[in-house]
Ligand binder design. Structure first.
Ligand code: URA
Length: 433
């Protein structure tokens, strides 16, 4: 078999055979296929797409390029959630322990902040001592003992994706639905879970800016999951404003603990309950969504989800007192309010601009190797539909470095649209796929 034949076939909009796909993924992972050939093939896929008959073996080959976890000997149902990424999206933190408290184990492999979106691992690391570098042996012990682990990707999981993703990033082929879907699913299916719930974000702060593209991505993701024997459901949810009130690592941990105390903003709780209920149904510990919602709500309100989170923090080396004393989280030295310059009603808040503001204070990364400041970020004081007068605070910045404030303020002022009339109400959850 020759790589050049596969490149020419894809260049001319043909379909690759399962054998060709296996040969290419294996060869590239083993360093036997040169980067320039893989780059040419990826660009041809970007331009001409892949059909379902190609996507399944492509994802299968990426998934099996590394280790696939297996929890069957533990005899517990397993499930996970994946979000395509947003601003203020801290759902994994309350969700994983709430679901575990309902009897479904959650071996969650998460990512780091990149660009304007945050990352679960960075948020967790703002808890003093918390270690996300968990070995697979330790993950197994934690799943057996407390039913949950929140860890970083290990080198053994989907190594083909790591190499392909880095190459895509360098050659402008990230924004391809089949390549995104196979990348996400190869990593998530490597967790070996029975059920997977996907939160596909739509709007200004999301990867997918339009409902049409988000629907296509959701259908592609669920199609791969179901073909590969994992009960997979996707939700399209709104990311046309930040989720919750807090954006920034330690600030988002605070808000997550509020949710685990049965408090916190309605949108964060609603999404936690919706996605958690679906995980229980797909993992077959609840028969319908209504009953499952009550189970998740119950664990958030009776303190059991919070107790599970505390066990998780301690098991991963963190200071478990955080659930009682939020003041042990890092705190920025200064705060400054950004004020409204006109009166009316908040119509839109561009979530990407809010993410960029938080990033410019030091909460995020432009490049994977950048350092972040866990304490900084912002608090959304006025959200969509709220009335504002001139001089009222829209957002409170939490910062350590004064020189970063003007840029952060600019992003905030550019993010808010204030109109004379109140906007129509919109639902957070758009569709279940
Ligand atoms: N997230 C991933 O894991 N892969 C992509 O290709 C895009 C987003």
């Amino acid at each position: 078999m020759r790589v050049i034949d596969a490149i020419q076939k894809k260049r001319d909009a043909g379909a690759l055979s399962p054998e060709e796909i296996q040969f290419i993924i294996d060869g590239f992972t083993a360093d036997e296929i040169p980067t320039y050939q893989m780059a040419a093939l990826l660009m041809a896929i970007f331009l001409n797409g892949m059909n379902d008959e190609e996507l399944a073996p492509w994802t299968h080959a990426m998934l099996h390029s590394g280790l696939v976890m297996d929890w069957s000997e533990l005899g517990v149902p397993t499930a996970d959630k994946h979000s395509t990424g947003g601003v203020g999206d801290k759902i994994s933190l309350p969700l994983a322990p709430a679901v575990a408290a309902c009897g479904v184990a959650v071996p969650m492999v998460s990512g780091r902040a990149l660009g304007h979106t945050g990352g679960t691992l960075d948020k967790l690391e703002s808890i003093p001592g918390f270690n996300v570098g968990v070995s697979l042996e330790r993950a197994r012990e934690m799943i057996a003992d407390i039913g949950v682990v929140l860890m970083g990707q290990t080198a053994e999981v989907a190594p083909a994706d790591k190499r392909i993703y880095a190459l895509r990033d360098a050659i402008g082929t990230v924004e391809s639905i089949p390549l995104i879907a196979s990348s996400i699913m190869s990593k998530k299916l490597a967790e070996g879970v029975d059920a997977l719930v996907l939160d596909v974000k739509v709007g200004s702060g999301a990867f997918m800016k339009t409902r049409e593209n988000a629907t296509l991505l959701a259908q592609t993701l669920t199609g791969i999951g179901r073909r590969m024997g994992c009960a997979t459901v996707a939700y399209l949810t709104r990311m046309d404003r930040p989720l919750g009130r807090m954006v920034g690592n330690a600030l988002e941990v605070r808000e997550s603990i509020d949710i685990l105390r049965g408090e916190g903003p309605d949108d964060v709780r609603e999404l936690t309950v919706t996605l958690g209920a679906e995980m229980l149904v797909q993992a077959k510990v609840a028969t319908d969504l209504e009953t499952a919602r009550k189970q998740i709500e119950g664990q958030l309100d009776n303190g059991k989800a919070l107790a599970c989170f505390q066990k998780l923090v301690v098991a991963q080396g963190g200071d478990g007192r955080v659930v009682e004393d939020l003041d042990i989280l890092p705190k920025a030295s200064y705060q400054k309010d950004v004020l409204a310059t006109r009166e009316g009603f908040v119509g839109e808040i561009n979530a990407e601009h809010i993410g960029r503001s938080s990033m410019s204070l030091g909460a995020g990364r432009a490049k994977a190797e950048d350092d972040i400041d866990p304490a900084v970020g912002l608090e959304v004081l006025k959200t969509v539909g709220d009335s504002v007068s001139v001089g009222e605070p829209l957002v409170r910045l939490h910062y350590n470095d004064e020189t970063r404030v003007p840029r952060a303020e600019e992003w905030i002022l550019g993010a808010y649209s204030v109109h004379d009339t109140a906007p129509d109400k919109t639902e957070l959850i758009i569709e279940r796929i």
